[in-house]
Design a protein around this ligand. Structure first.
Ligand code: TMP
Length: 210
């Protein structure tokens, strides 16, 4: 079972993945937690390149680096875990490329979809939890957290609010298009958001009880 989490920065993905990991741990269900960019053996180097302010790479290079990292991530981490019968909890996957590179960076959809297919060999998540939080609120949350972090990656300065709005709208459109994407209202308390996630997983038949 391949479960991905998506949403704009500051939507609370990392916290919720932590809650779900704890839930699986308590139930004795085997799982791994991973993320993009950063989950593959070359991932942390690529993450630095992709998210640092100094890189200022163009949008085509950026797209290709995300996809290169994904290809490694699938081969070295995701497929082996799935073959072992583990649940894979992944913080971002191809929907992030769709939302950020197609809607955010305005790259051509058909070309990007072809490249996504090429680099993933058609692998898509079984279910995607999209944490919905309006971009203004999410961004101020993310900036606050980023400022408090000594090892800030500096990624927020490279985008403006319009960019984040396009990403948000992009995710909304993807949720209409793909049935596997379940929208979770992420405005409430962390614990309430987690209950929504459990409900969505029960309805989807992934788990049987909260
Ligand atoms: P995050 O670790 O807070 O989720 O940040 C990862 C950043 O990388 C975020 O700005 C979204 C961006 N990203 C893309 O633009 N395209 C992608 O395909 C992926 C996986 C991430």
């Amino acid at each position: 079972m391949f479960i991905t989490f998506e949403g704009v920065e500051g939507s609370g993905k990392t916290t919720q993945i932590g809650f779900l990991a704890q839930y699986f741990f308590k139930k004795g269900i085997p799982f791994i937690v991973t993320r993009e960019p950063g989950g593959s053996p070359i991932g942390s180097e690529l993450r630095k390149l992709l998210l640092s302010e100094e890189s200022k790479i163009n949008r085509t290079t950026e797209l290709l680096l995300y996809l290169a990292e994904r290809s490694e991530h699938i081969e070295k981490v995701i497929l082996p875990a799935l073959k072992d019968g583990k649940i894979v909890l992944c913080d971002r996957f191809s929907d992030a490329t769709r939302a950020y590179q197609i809607y955010g960076r305005k790259l051509q959809r058909e070309e990007v979809e072809n490249l996504i297919y090429f680099s993933t060999n058609g692998l898509e998540p079984d279910i995607t939890l999209l944490l919905r939080l309006d971009p203004e609120r999410a961004l101020s949350r993310a900036r606050r957290r980023d400022k408090a972090n000594l090892f800030s990656e500096g990624k927020f300065e490279s985008y403006d609010l319009d960019f984040h709005r396009r990403v948000y709208e992009g995710y909304e459109l993807l949720a209409k298009e793909y049935q596997r994407i379940k929208v979770i209202d992420a405005t409430g308390e962390k614990g309430d958001v987690f209950q929504e996630i459990l409900k969505a997983l029960i309805i989807a038949g992934v788990i049987s009880e909260a």
